[in-house]
Design a protein around this ligand. Structure first.
Ligand SMILES: C=C(OP(=O)(O)O)C(=O)O
Length: 312
């Protein structure tokens, strides 16, 4: 970790105030268990300029309540029990080795949300830059303790959580190595329930923790608004095609949308500046041509012309 207490390291990259927004394309299980889909999504994220792609890692027998194992459902691979389906969409070590190699060739990070402690141990076989706690896992102290013990950066998502639960989770994880993500856990989330000002509430409540945003809305504007409000980390689900089979696909961003999202985040972060009022060199020409000085502001104009910050 750097000396600035609100900067978090993601391998060679960093996130936090004053750093580029760390943008993650959440593949989750939108690969539908097909490695080829995962590679195409990694391509899309790398081409758009994302910093990372993310997956979800579960041990199906631990994460699926026993009474749901044998419930049958129709899937693109035929009718199967829920537990078989959970295995069908889960990548094993061999697939993650290939993903690891592929991401290296594309210069993009990858990490995952482990949904149980075995999944933490599984992910620790790789040199991932971070781990993520899905909103659903915020109350799983056992998982949080296992993640804290890894010593890696941990992103804690806060959808469907009360302030008390969030405070408790932060206490269990410790605040030195975490990043908090505002989220609303509906798919897709309605604009009226995004409550983006919570980003500022979290900034005030946890001044030493960088705050990010994990979005499940349709469209891009509200994620851009989150960046304008100070989100230092952004995560959106990504898909090859919103019409694909799977519960997260419809609330995901397709490759072309992802290009626009990353482009617009970079423009917004460049435009936010440092908040110190100044007059730019580039304004001197228009100033000369357009301004009438008839009073006391003349001095400020002279200071500005010399490139000094102007006190307002
Ligand atoms: C569901 C997840 O996160 P979030 O709660 O941020 O959507 C996840 O990371 O798997």
């Amino acid at each position: 970790m750097s000396s600035n207490s609100r900067i978090r390291s993601f391998g060679d990259r960093e996130a936090g105030p004053g750093r580029p927004v760390y943008i993650t394309g959440e593949i989750g299980i939108n690969h539908n268990g097909e490695l080829d889909n995962a590679f195409k999504l990694i391509d899309a994220a790398a081409e758009a300029g994302c910093d990372a792609v993310k997956f979800q890692k579960r041990t199906p027998e631990i994460c699926t309540p026993r009474d749901q194992w044998d419930i049958e459902r129709d899937t693109p691979w035929g009718r199967m029990t829920y537990i078989d389906y959970r295995h069908r969409v889960e990548f094993g070590e061999d697939e993650y080795r290939q993903i690891d190699e592929y991401c290296k060739t594309k210069n993009i990070d990858w990490f995952a949300s482990p949904w149980d402690t075995e999944a933490v141990a599984f992910l620790e076989k790789f040199d991932v830059p971070a781990h993520k706690v899905a909103s659903a896992s915020l109350t799983d102290d056992e998982l949080l303790r296992a993640l804290r013990a890894t010593g890696r950066t941990v992103i804690l998502s806060t959808g469907m959580s009360t302030p008390k639960q969030i405070r408790h989770a932060v206490e269990v994880l410790g605040s030195d190595n975490i990043l908090l993500c505002h989220a609303t856990s509906t798919y897709p989330a309605k604009a009226e329930e995004l409550n983006l000002r919570v980003i500022n509430t979290l900034q005030q409540e946890f001044p030493n923790v960088p705050i990010g945003y994990s979005g499940h809305e349709t469209g891009l504007q509200t994620t851009l608004a989150a960046v304008a409000l100070g989100a230092t980390f952004v995560e959106r689900h990504i898909t090859l095609d919103r019409a694909m089979w799977g519960s997260d696909q419809a609330a995901s961003v397709e490759p072309q949308g992802l290009v626009r999202l990353v482009r617009d985040i970079r423009t917004i972060e460049a435009s936010l500046g440092d908040g110190v009022k100044k007059v730019y060199e580039s304004e001197l020409g228009p100033m000369k041509k357009l301004r009438r000085v008839t009073g006391v502001v003349a001095e400020a104009d002279i200071a500005a012309a010399a490139g000094e910050p102007v006190t307002v």
